[in-house]
Design a binder for this molecule. Structure first.
Ligand code: CP3
Length: 334
């Protein structure tokens, strides 16, 4: 059994290490490929390159897991929405259209995402057998935020737009889960052995809607993973002390904590799952001493505990790979 699986399923305190967003952005070898591939969705649909990018951080660092190079927005893309990335502006999706959505069959969806499944197969065949291969999906809410254009800026949701799009919102919560589960299933069949579920915008949900927009949809995905016998790690970013209710309802094998959550509080209150991450990715932009002292804090709090070393969100694009390397070695020698 690989380290991540051991930690998630057997609750073995073997301290696996990997990083969210380890594939891409911060790596010069990724940027070189990206320069020749200006269309990001097309790059995510080119399996050879996805395999190459997935393996880049594993070649550079001493990690316990690879995460497949792809994007959560491949699901809306396969459901008929155009997805574009304007430099410095984030993703831009074409207007959501229920009629188009209803025309997409499960076969169409799987066919369009087939390059991801091919990339997983190729990666698995080239990856050391002791290293886990993580596949991922976005939760319904986080996908809907992009699909219906809810986001005003990093912290705010336009509640008027949310109200105006109530019909689309209800429709999507009802029908999106089926396709996300299909994407999970296809990725497992291709060779992924852990599923990470990103609910990156859970922190924007008003408290009164957390059950219906966050806990219930995540529970459906986790139950699906349990049925498929694969461990799931949930990341409901930004929900603060509501992590406790999330855990009580959703009960995933792994729970990824963000940098806003006090790790002492998490250690005391989030009993049951394997805990992942927490350290602020911005710390990696500081001098070594600060990096090691921040890492030590997490390592001490989660000593002899089923803990996966990771960050409280993805590696930032401006991170120096040499710092990441030093951090991995520090954790290994701890
Ligand atoms: O973790 C990995 O290294 C695997 C690859 C991966 C990407 N996106 C590649 C990517 C993963 C796991 C994701 C997940 C993702 N995508 C999330 C959830 C995780 C999180 O960070 O909260 C979200 C919200 C997205 C949506 C998305 N994709 C945004 C907002 C952006 C633009 C800004 C950014 O993050 O870079 C993307 C583009 C994207 N996805 C890039 C990469 C390497 C950058 C593309 C570029 O080079 O311009």
């Amino acid at each position: 059994m690989n380290k991540l699986t051991k930690c998630l399923i057997n609750k073995d305190p073997c301290l696996p290490v990997w990083f969210m967003r380890q594939a891409g952005r911060h790596l010069p070898e990724f940027r070189k490929i990206r320069l020749n591939n200006p269309n990001f969705m097309k790059l995510c649909s080119t399996s050879n390159l996805c395999t190459e990018i997935t393996l880049q951080p594993v070649i550079r660092y001493n990690l316990d897991a690879a995460i497949i190079f792809s994007d959560i927005l491949m699901v809306p893309y396969a459901l008929g929405q155009n997805v574009e990335f304007e430099k410095g502006k984030g993703p831009k999706l074409s207007k959501f259209n229920i009629e188009n959505f209803l025309k997409i069959t499960e076969e169409d969806f799987t066919r369009k995402l087939n390059p991801i499944y091919e990339a997983i197969k190729k990666t698995r065949s080239q990856l050391d057998k002791n290293i886990n291969l993580i596949a991922f999906v976005g939760s319904p809410w986080t996908l809907i935020v992009y699909m219906l254009g809810f986001k005003l800026d990093k912290k705010n949701l336009d509640l008027d737009i949310v109200d105006a799009k109530k019909k689309d919102l209800d429709f999507l919560f009802k029908h999106l889960t089926k396709f996300i589960c299909l994407h999970i299933k296809n990725q497992i069949d291709a060779g992924a052995d852990v599923i990470q579920i990103f609910d990156s915008w859970a922190g924007l949900i008003p408290k009164k809607n957390l059950v219906s927009y966050c806990y219930a949809p995540n529970l459906k995905l986790v139950e699906f993973c349990k049925k498929e016998n694969i461990p799931a790690i949930c990341f409901p970013k930004g929900i603060k002390e509501n992590y406790l209710d999330f855990l009580k309802i959703v009960k995933p094998e792994g729970l990824s904590i963000d940098y806003d959550l006090d790790p002492e509080w998490a250690r005391k209150n989030l009993e049951g799952p394997c805990i992942q991450g927490g350290m602020d990715p911005k710390v990696l932009l500081e001098e070594d001493k600060k990096i090691f002292s921040a890492a030590t804090k997490y390592l001490q709090i989660f000593k002899n505990y089923p803990y996966i070393f990771n960050l409280g969100h993805g590696l930032l694009p401006e991170t120096n790979p040499e710092k990441v390397n030093k951090l991995v070695n520090f954790v290994r020698n701890y």
